[in-house]
Design a protein around this ligand. Structure first.
Ligand code: KMH
Ligand code: ZN
Length: 277
């Protein structure tokens, strides 16, 4: 069993800056967050960007500036979200790859997402998979439900392995309308992964955060934390910043004898190409 890859998802597309002023929405805040999270033990950063009004954007220039800045100032693997927000059109979500990230998220099916629907039809997943292969970008497969696992199998069967030859998935649990954030659901899902999968991590949304974090690390998986997924540090205590969540995950990983992977180890785990200047 290796150490633990800690992913931080610092911003997301759902929270508002008015409600959470500590949410990193500007480039300066993002770089400061990335540096603090790397120091606390993160190996990968999952990015959603915001515009000058702090609203979610897929603007190519904004994405590219963020990828470049985080790459220049940290050793973190830079992953861009292709999920965007539930309001983003599929065509715009494909153009995310133009910003040349190390990695991109690729959700393996449509899911209910609270009162909304997060759309990921087969044609979109398939185009994104092939385009990421062509551009030598490593996808991280986001699995919100059991059926998504089988859609991943179909992607691999249809198009071959992703760039780098590794297959890394992240179970996103606890989204209202998708897989519940319970240890039992997580372990049931991990038990039916296709044989090509080389590593898995898990995300617990909201109050699923701690049980999923502990279960994933104990079971040999990896962990994703961050304000995209969770804004409460403990009952009655709002998260002060993303590094606080990373530091706690890193401490738990050390206690469980699976300390945080360095960024170099994380790159090897995921088969990421070195794009650093
Ligand atoms: N914001 C959600 C609708 C991803 O980043 O790929 C989708 C999401 C998944 O966050
Ligand atoms: Zn995301």
């Amino acid at each position: 069993m290796t150490g633990t890859l800690i992913t931080v998802a610092p911003t997301g597309a759902e929270l508002s800056k008015d409600d959470f002023p500590q949410l990193p929405t500007t480039l300066e805040e993002l770089v400061a967050t990335a540096r603090a999270c790397e120091a606390a033990g993160a190996g990968l950063i999952h990015l959603h960007l915001r515009d000058a009004d702090h609203r979610p954007t897929l603007d190519r220039g904004v994405l590219k500036a963020a990828v470049d800045a985080v790459r220049e100032t940290t050793g973190l693997i830079v992953q861009l979200s292709t999920g965007g927000s539930v309001h983003d059109p599929l065509e715009s979500r494909l153009t995310v790859l133009d910003a040349d990230p190390d990695s991109c998220s690729l959700t393996c099916g449509t899911t209910n997402f609270g009162d909304d629907v997060f759309l990921n039809p087969w044609g979109f997943m398939s185009d994104l998979y092939v385009e990421a292969q062509r551009r030598e970008i490593v996808p991280e497969f986001e699995l919100f439900d059991l059926g998504h696992i089988f859609a991943l199998g179909r992607l691999i069967e249809t198009h071959g392995l992703p760039y780098g030859g590794k297959v890394h998935v992240d179970f996103v649990t606890g989204v209202p309308g998708a897989m519940p954030g319970t240890p039992a659901a997580l372990m049931a899902a991990a038990a039916v992964l296709p044989p090509e999968v080389t590593s898995w991590s898990a995300t617990g949304i909201g109050r699923a955060h701690l049980p999923i974090l502990a279960t994933a690390i104990a079971a040999g998986g990896h962990a994703r934390v961050g304000m995209e997924d969770n804004t409460m540090y403990a009952r009655g205590l709002v998260v002060e910043g993303n590094a606080q969540l990373v530091a706690r995950a890193a401490e738990l990983a050390r206690i469980l004898q699976r300390p945080p992977l360095t960024t170099t180890e994380a790159r090897a785990l995921l088969g990421v190409k070195d794009r650093r200047p």
